[in-house]
Design a binder for this molecule. Structure first.
Ligand code: BDP
Length: 670
């Protein structure tokens, strides 16, 4: 790979992309040779086929490639986007029943080449698990990105539609290379202005760039738009005038963007307007929009992320509100449910809604951006976490998957060079949720860095251990939401904010006291959240003796000297988890140091700098949580643990001057 890059560098010294910051991370996992000049045969021509041909022509280093649209039984069975790849005696044949299928086949073939696969006897059939594999951008019209840690929004709204940044196409290409076929451009906390005619022209300009790459555009909409933007007296979904307003808006959108995908809606959640404002249900709201979109084939993705301050247990609320609506949504509505019942915590059990709405199309919302996992400072490979989810929720029970994007306008797209792996992993798992985390990590490492086992093996191991490590140094054994107020970066289990909703404060979740720690969600003495799971699982979660350790304090409030399965006290087990997490972070740093010979100086330096932050943060988390919880447990730290570096009273003074939109810099941290 290194040799290849040098050769390219010599031939293309004039190319802008190879100038001063060649290793700024902007090329992602798409670093193929661009001088291959392969023979590509394809009788047809179209914008999408041209992309496929071009990719192969410049990067494929084998014999001729034939691209064929095939409508035989084999290919039609593979669906709209499936494909075959076959090695023939003197060529490779890519077959699909659609142009997008051929584009995906082209990327697949190049991936095989870049990861060093044997190419002599290819006989591949691929069909994506889901028709809808979609990114959700939480980007605001003012250029900020909610929970985005890689700079500003990629969309230059002020310059659109006249000026098209070259990054739009690069973005579409990267997505297509991993099978992502949809993008919601704006924040779920949606500004009604997004639907103004002027803005729709900007959306159209982006849709035109993305279309050849098989990517459809969607928008988040504000449910009150008919009132706020349209001047109607209300936005009641059962009001005919409101429906007519949406119909008109939808018509306008489709006149500009004939393949527009549809709407994503956050309603009656965290202050957003919705049908409940008028005494209507979520189904009334979703179905009204669905009727407006139906004639054009558009979809409504209606979020189930709802909770209100009055309920006793936040983890139970989405289920309580949505389960009674099972079977009442129209067929072009998909209910979009976050993977866990609370909110993208470092680890959550799956949301019980996934096994409670058999008569409703459901999609999983995963979070690629690391809102609760160290922003773009920590190296945390998320595939193992998503695989854990798919271990409980059968992939076939879902209609689609969405991922909250971690992309911004920084040169390397995601802030942390290894956060690119999470974008990559999301795409690969959305295509095939049965792929292993190992295979995904390996593919990504080989394409992004080097195809050398001395690099790939240790780095793969490090990536695979990174999520468990982060959970351990932040919130082990089922602890959750003990973050600092608002920015969700550092620890603040003691956090109190005058007048704040209790369910926005850590003590609501950890319930630490002299008597023990954890949220009692058991059915006998607690909130009964366990009963929202299917019986067989509910029984397992309900009993602290059978509940998996990783969810113990999620479902149970237990005394500090509770005896764990291995005989240790809960306190000792908790301390050891924090210690393990920290020591794994230290190990990650040591492994990276050894990788120096395999990585260019720029990317090496950027990652090293962040690993340094990660280790310091792990110390901070461990000290803050253990010293604070120790004020209740009154127990000693087990022998052999690293001594606390900080004092609790000093850590309590730490207030990071950061917002929802930033990642903290090294100097701000304790
Ligand atoms: C939480 C975020 C908040 C989002 C919200 C949502 O903190 O910024 O708006 O979820 O998903 O995770 O709607």
């Amino acid at each position: 790979m290194v040799k290849k890059l040098l050769a390219v560098g010599l031939f293309f010294v004039g190319l802008a992309c190879m100038s001063a910051s060649a290793e700024d991370g902007s090329r992602l996992w798409l670093r193929q040779d661009i001088a291959a000049q392969a023979t590509v045969c394809c009788k047809l021509q179209s914008a999408t086929l041209d992309k496929a041909k071009e990719e192969l022509r410049k990067s494929w280093q084998g014999g001729p490639v034939i691209l064929e649209l095939c409508y035989d039984a084999e290919h039609t069975a593979l669906g709209k986007e499936g494909y075959t790849i076959k090695t023939l005696s003197d060529s490779v044949r890519l077959g699909a029943s659609s142009e997008a299928g051929l584009l995906y086949a082209a990327y697949h073939l190049l991936r095989l080449q870049e990861t060093g696969a044997a190419l002599e006897r290819l006989d591949i059939k691929e069909k994506p698990a889901y028709d809808l594999r979609i990114l959700n951008h939480w980007d605001n019209p003012d250029g900020t990105v909610e929970r985005g840690y890689a700079g500003h929004s990629l969309w230059e709204w002020n310059e659109l539609p006249e000026t098209l940044s070259p990054r739009y196409e690069a973005y579409a290409r990267a997505n297509a290379s991993i099978g992502i076929n949809g993008t919601v451009l704006n924040n779920v906390n949606a500004s009604p202005n997004m639907l103004e005619s002027g803005n729709l022209k900007k959306v159209k300009a982006l849709a035109d760039v993305f279309r050849p790459y098989g990517i459809k555009v969607y928008l988040s909409v504000n449910f009150a738009s008919p009132a706020v933007l349209g001047g109607l007296p209300n936005a009641d979904p059962l009001d005919e005038g409101v429906f007519e307003w949406w119909k008109g808006k939808v018509k306008e959108i489709y006149s500009l963007i004939p393949d527009f995908g549809g709407f994503l809606v956050k309603a009656n959640s965290e202050g957003q307007p919705g049908p409940c404002d008028y005494g209507r249900t979520h189904a009334d709201g979703a179905n009204m929009l669905a009727r407006a979109l139906k004639p054009y084939g558009g979809l409504v993705m209606w979020r189930a992320f709802v909770y209100n301050p009055t309920e006793h247990d936040r983890a139970k609320q989405a289920y309580a509100e949505f389960k009674p609506l099972d079977g009442t949504f129209l067929d072009n509505v998909i209910v979009q449910v976050k993977n866990g019942p609370i909110d993208f915590q470092p680890r959550e059990p799956y949301s019980p809604l996934f096994t409670a709405m058999p008569h409703t199309s459901l999609m999983a919302e995963l979070q690629i951006t690391q809102e609760y996992l160290g922003h773009s400072n920590h190296l945390v490979f998320l595939a193992p976490m998503w695989k854990e989810f798919f271990g409980y929720v059968r992939p076939e029970s879902l209609r689609a998957v969405a991922g909250v994007s971690n992309i911004g306008n920084e040169a390397n797209w995601c802030g942390h060079d290894f956060a690119q792996a999470n974008w990559y992993a999301f795409g690969r798992l959305a295509w095939n949720p049965r792929m292993s985390s190992e295979d995904i990590a390996e593919e990504w490492l080989k394409q992004t860095f080097a195809d050398d086992s001395s690099f790939v093996c240790p780095m793969k191991k490090m990536m695979l251990e990174s999520h468990e490590a982060a959970v351990s140094y932040m919130m082990p054994l089922g602890l959750h939401h003990i973050f600092a107020w608002n920015h969700h970066y550092g620890p603040e289990p003691w956090c109190e904010v005058e007048g704040a909703r209790p369910d926005w404060l850590p003590s609501y979740y950890h319930q630490a006291g002299k008597d023990g720690i954890g949220f009692d969600r058991s059915s006998r003495t607690g909130s009964g959240a366990t009963a929202q799971y299917p019986d067989s699982l509910a029984r397992v979660f309900d009993n602290p003796q059978t509940c998996p350790d990783e969810f113990l304090l999620w479902f149970h409030h237990l005394p500090w000297d509770f005896k764990m399965k291995d005989g240790r006290t809960l306190w000792d087990a908790l301390c050891c988890k924090y210690e393990d997490g920290l020591q794994t972070a230290r190990k990650m740093q040591a492994v990276w140091t050894e990788m120096k010979p395999y990585v260019d100086a720029e990317r090496y330096g950027r990652v090293a700098e962040r690993l340094d932050i990660q280790v310091n943060d792990a110390v901070w988390w461990k000290d803050a949580c253990l010293l604070y919880f120790q004020t209740f447990s009154g127990m000693k730290l087990p022998a052999g643990m690293e001594k606390p570096k900080h004092k609790l009273k000093d850590l309590k003074k730490v207030k990071l001057p950061i917002s929802n939109y930033e990642r903290p810099a090294r100097e701000m941290l304790p």
